[in-house]
Design a protein around this ligand. Structure first.
Ligand code: HEC
Length: 206
């Protein structure tokens, strides 16, 4: 479910950006008649895409573990998206090139930020505040948000790790490198090992 919505979100955001970019290019190159025709022809499509964009975005936000490490990027992204909308509306209505360009820049920036947010792997090791090497503490700090204390929470599409069949090594690899929607944890080798051991003995099979 989560993954499907995530992919739909990416698709509609891309379509949304495409429509937007075409309209901005037409406006910037003074092709006002073409812009009017294009806007009319794509109106219904644009409404559908916008609805899907917002709907999937809202759903994904509700699935976001609060207090995650990348929260600030997420909020900047959200502000950029919502900031660009009124600017675009005014820009296109008044045929103001500067506003239209700013708006496209904002929304493209938000898209780029979302990519960074998604692709970004672990924070550099020396920024880790937690000095602890205790598996339980590390688990609570790095994994509980998505997996819950018992491993069953399933936030942000997280798998139920109480039923995992992975061994310590495989769990450690996922912790260090992440997997699909799961980001790599900002922990060193010893810490990753401690978490993997903790998951293997206290969560797996419980
Ligand atoms: C941002 C949410 C998030 C956080 C934080 C997170 N995970 Fe995950 N985890 C996921 C998702 C999503 C998957 C499913 C990945 C896939 O297979 O597509 C997953 C999968 C796993 C799996 C694989 C389970 C299986 O049987 O395939 C393990 C093990 C795991 N996580 C352990 C951890 C541990 C340990 C931590 C803490 C260091 C952690 N996760 C932190 C989201 C998260």
């Amino acid at each position: 479910m989560y993954k499907g919505i995530l992919h739909t979100h990416y698709l509609v955001v891309t379509l949304f950006l495409l429509i937007y970019a075409i309209k901005t290019v037409l406006l910037l190159s003074n092709k006002n008649d073409l812009l009017t025709t294009f806007s009319k022809k794509t109106k219904l499509f644009e409404i559908i895409v916008s609805f899907l964009f917002l709907g999937t975005g809202i759903y994904l936000t509700t699935q976001l573990p609060l207090g995650g490490k990348f929260d600030y990027l997420f909020w900047i992204k959200l502000m950029m998206v919502f900031g660009s909308i009124p600017i675009a509306v005014i820009g296109f209505r008044k045929h103001n090139k500067l506003l239209a360009a700013i708006s496209l820049l904002l929304i493209t920036g938000a898209f780029g930020l979302a990519e960074v947010y998604h692709k970004r792997k672990a924070i550099p090791k020396d920024t880790i505040e937690i000095a602890s090497n205790d598996g339980k503490t590390l688990y609570e700090n790095n994994c509980k948000l998505c997996h819950g204390s018992d491993g069953k929470l399933g936030m942000a599409g997280a798998k139920d790790i109480s039923v995992t069949v992975l061994d310590v090594e495989a769990i450690k690899t996922i912790i260090m490198h992440g997997k699909n929607a799961m980001p790599a944890a900002a922990v060193n080798d010893v810490q990753a090992n401690a978490i993997a051991e903790y998951v293997n003995t206290n969560i797996k099979g419980h």
